[in-house]
Design a protein around this ligand. Sequence first.
Ligand SMILES: O=P(O)(O)OC[C@H]1O[C@H](O)[C@H](O)[C@@H](O)[C@@H]1O
Length: 538
Amino acid sequence: MDNLQLWQRYQDWLYYHEGLGLYVDISRMGFDDDFYNNLQPKFVDAFEAVAKLEQGAIANPDEKRMVGHYWLRNVDIAPNQEIKKEINDSLTKIKAFATDIHSGNITTPDGEKFTDLLSIGIGGSALGPQFVSSALTTTHPPLKIHFIDNTDPAGIDRTLAQIGDKLKTTLVLVISKSGGTPETRNGMLEAKKAYTDKGLNFADYAVAITMPDDSSKLYKIVQEEKWLECFAMFDWVGGRTSELSAVGLLPAALEGIDIQGMLDGAKEMDMATRIPDVKKNPAALLALGWYYAGNGKGEKDMVILPYKDSLLLFSRYLQQLVMESLGKEEDLDGNKVYQGIAVYGNKGSTDQHAYVQQLREGVANFFVTFIEVLKDRAGNSLELEPNITSGDYLSGLLQGTRKALYDNGRDSITVTINEVTPKMIGALIALYERAVSIYAYLININAYHQPGVEAGKKAAASILDLQKRVLEVVKSSNNSLTIADIANQVDPQEIEAIYKILRHLEANNRGINIKGDPERICSAGRTSPSQLIVQYHS
Ligand SMILES: O=P(O)(O)OC[C@H]1O[C@H](O)[C@H](O)[C@@H](O)[C@@H]1O
């Protein structure tokens, strides 16, 4: 197509939402009218399924759960009075708590105002708060947020070191829907020790967000230790769609972010993405583009390129939302389908100086989504050369990359917003939540469970169990043992895992010494690694 034909295609397919000032352009995805028409029946079914989901159908059949994140921003569509009340009460409580913390109505036991916030959580209990914080926090927020989102001891130390002397004025949020995620528990216990070491009573600083029932171990701890406060997470909100529940709203409110703005933006987007007409529905347009790009089988990766530093974490946030929702072995009828769409990305134009070379010329296994922000900055910009500012460069680089990719047969979508505001962040989150929902129905999979995640968790738990047994054997033996001896006593089939456990313990002063030449383990023909000698010292 020449430039004028492309301009026509652009106009034919451009979606614009007036209230939000948001554009979705799928004109640079190479589908034709036949493709679009052939997909219509699938869209009709998908719109119907999405409508039922919103009305409270069991949209997650495996876990027999309703899927209600849309109700969070429009309580009027919640399926019953009890849920409506839960949502309203939660929002009122969040706003009041944030106001009390900011005003000093709630203080540390010493009467000081809280200055910092330590958020402990992982997956859906971290990615949304991290994305929103990096997108919207001002330079001087009322509380400065820090994150522990892993069980990496060095990472925990680094976060606690950054907080330093301010620990005594740091509020802690422990976020876990299930209340049983080991990484989050570990972060909590490490943080608790840091408080205790400074003579501070952790419970006076600790706030939880979890399901308020017996299924949550965290909830039990909160009650036993009498934590400062506990906010409810609902059974019908999944982790990766929880940003607009207490999980995302509480940290954002504490950081001084306009959470009502986020909710309003999401509500407005939900209205737009409820329209059962692909061309009038921005989420359906995204789903159409994804389906075309990957043949409905995820054959192409989604590269998310926001041309705005504050949106850097959007791709990481979408990675969980898209991949945990769509990456499924079976479809809803039990057929093996191995679905998914891989998501990665960072930001433009930075990535142009890294991997865009491959996008332009290398393996064509992706499509790009450009996120464009029209407004460059709050004030006016310096002209770096006649009539040209830094923002003009950024904008020109986006257009240039879009064109260079198109010229070489690489497809792209462009989502354009006017400014990064709470309302637009809420709208973007809602846009992608719905696009995932619609696309999942197009390909007939359950977007709301994550059975695959369990396998790794179970395997990790059995390694920790193995470690306990290995240490029992090593500690109770008076003699040096070879790795083979230990494996024979614990589980001969697990000799490789046992070797790795011992090597890790040795590196961390845990009383283990391994004698022998570690190089031998990878050099065929030399002494077997199973003959390495293990000694224990207390
Ligand atoms: O909030 P939590 O219950 O601690 O869950 C945190 C995360 O862990 C799990 O592994 C799930 O796969 C994620 O969907 C979830 O967001």
